[in-house]
Ligand binder design. Structure first.
Ligand code: DOR
Ligand code: ZN
Length: 422
């Protein structure tokens, strides 16, 4: 079979940088070897070619909250940041808790998204797991309250929903903050927000999840945005995995971010960042996800106590972490594992690896091109970033299933996103 396209360059393949060619047909990698003959070819010098990142944690806010973001602006931001597949969370308005609503979101993404996507359904008492599991890629459970009304804090209900999700063969992504361990205090700054949702909130919730994970039928639980080492260190079974966000790795409560740094779970201490980074490097934390949760500047400008929690990050995830790789703070191996391979593997997507049979999604990066992050140059509708002024390595070109969506730093693609879990 002759490929439609061959790309020549230095690829990151199974832990190594290899000078080779990749042959692509109908958007899928069909061969990886030197000397591929193809109808069309492109070549990249002075760059390395990585798998496109798979960000399992975004909130693109459509439908219902499109003053903050929408599928068009969110997915264009993802593409510019080298993210070729996103996992969309259910706390939209209305929330994605019925098969009809999940299908409606799939249709919206299909017509608007510039990158591939998967759609999650929200778990709450009374949802119909069977019908939902045939349309949603995975489920999301909120053990603690945050943006939206998807709280599920009753242990009996939690286990019932997790058990039935396991029977349906679905991964449950969990917002693990124990509601009863929150401190109802009035908050003026990031340290107060930390005290309102102390580490015990997360540790307690993860401890409970570890108990659920031991039961039959063994559920697949992925703990979203882990912030403390103690939670990951609990003696938990193999079927429980962890995500960390770039903001919990790179920001802490002593930074002067005001309500722009208000997020759930909260930014922690500087030393927590160091331990999270170690856990990411060692593979004890399996994935990195942005938890891209934009709010408008107007909303964030409210008094700290009333300002909503959440910050944008889908466009800066890969750039910030690649900058850490360039500074030798993180290995390339750990980066590709956590940003590409593991998230795809977790949900059974043929993405995140440069190998025959996988989608031809790539981020082409020049590791010497580190630039300062400037929200005016990002593509979020909310027009701000908590990482303003920090350094990032943005991809020059990005491929989605064999077609360039970003070329030389400009958007050239069309909205041809596909449901990657279908
Ligand atoms: O800070 C947060 N914001 N944490 C979440 O879990 C939800 C998110 C949002 O949707 O705004
Ligand atoms: Zn989230």
């Amino acid at each position: 079979m002759k490929p439609d396209l061959a790309i020549d360059g230095t690829f990151y393949i199974d832990g190594m940088l290899v000078r080779t060619s990749v042959g692509i047909k109908d958007g899928i990698i069909i061969s990886v070897r030197k000397g591929i003959d193809a109808s069309e070819r492109v070549s990249f010098d002075n760059s390395i070619i990585l798998p496109g990142a798979v960000d399992l944690h975004v909130h693109f806010r459509e439908p219902g909250l499109t003053q903050k973001e929408d599928i068009t602006s969110g997915s264009i931001s993802a593409a510019f940041g080298g993210v070729t597949c996103v996992g969309e969370m259910p706390n939209t308005v209305p929330p994605a808790t019925t098969p009809d609503r999940v299908e409606r979101k799939i249709e919206l993404f299909r017509s608007k998204s510039y990158v591939d996507f998967i759609i999650y359904a929200g778990l709450m008492e009374g949802v119909r797991i069977g019908p939902l599991s045939s349309v949603a890629a995975a489920f999301k459970m909120y053990m603690g309250s945050t943006t939206g009304d998807l709280l599920c804090d009753d242990p009996d209900v939690q286990w019932d929903l997790i058990r039935r999700s396991a029977e349906a063969g679905k991964v449950v992504i969990v917002h693990a903050e124990e509601e009863s361990r929150r401190n109802r205090i009035s908050e003026r700054n990031l340290r107060d927000h930390y005290r309102a949702r102390p580490p015990a909130c997360e540790i307690e919730a993860v401890r409970r999840l570890a108990v659920y994970s031991e039961r039959e039928p063994k559920p697949r639980i992925h703990v979203a945005h882990t912030t403390v080492r103690e939670a990951v260190d609990l003696n938990h079974p193999q079927n429980m995995t962890f995500e960390v966000t770039p903001h919990h790795l790179l920001l802490d409560y002593d930074m002067h971010l005001g309500s722009r740094g208000k997020v759930n779970p909260p930014l922690r201490r500087r030393e927590d960042r160091t331990s999270l980074l170690r856990l990411l490097e060692s593979g004890m934390i399996q994935t990195v996800g942005s938890d891209h949760s934009p709010h408008t500047l107007e909303e964030k400008g409210d008094e700290f106590d009333y300002a909503p929690s959440g910050l944008p990050g889908v466009e800066t995830l890969l750039p910030l972490l690649l900058n850490m790789v360039a500074n030798e703070e993180l290995s390339m191996q750990a980066f590709v594992r956590a940003a590409c391979e593991k998230p795809a593997q977790l949900l059974g997507l043929r993405k995140g690896r440069i190998a025959a049979g996988y989608d031809a999604d790539f981020a082409v990066v020049n590791m010497k091109k580190s630039v300062q992050i400037n929200a005016d140059k990002l593509h979020y509708k909310c027009r701000w970033s908590p990482f303003e002024g920090m350094y990032g390595i943005f991809p020059d070109s990005v491929f989605l299933r064999g077609e360039e969506v970003i070329r030389n730093g400009a958007l050239v693609g069309k909205p041809r996103g596909r449901n990657a879990s279908a």
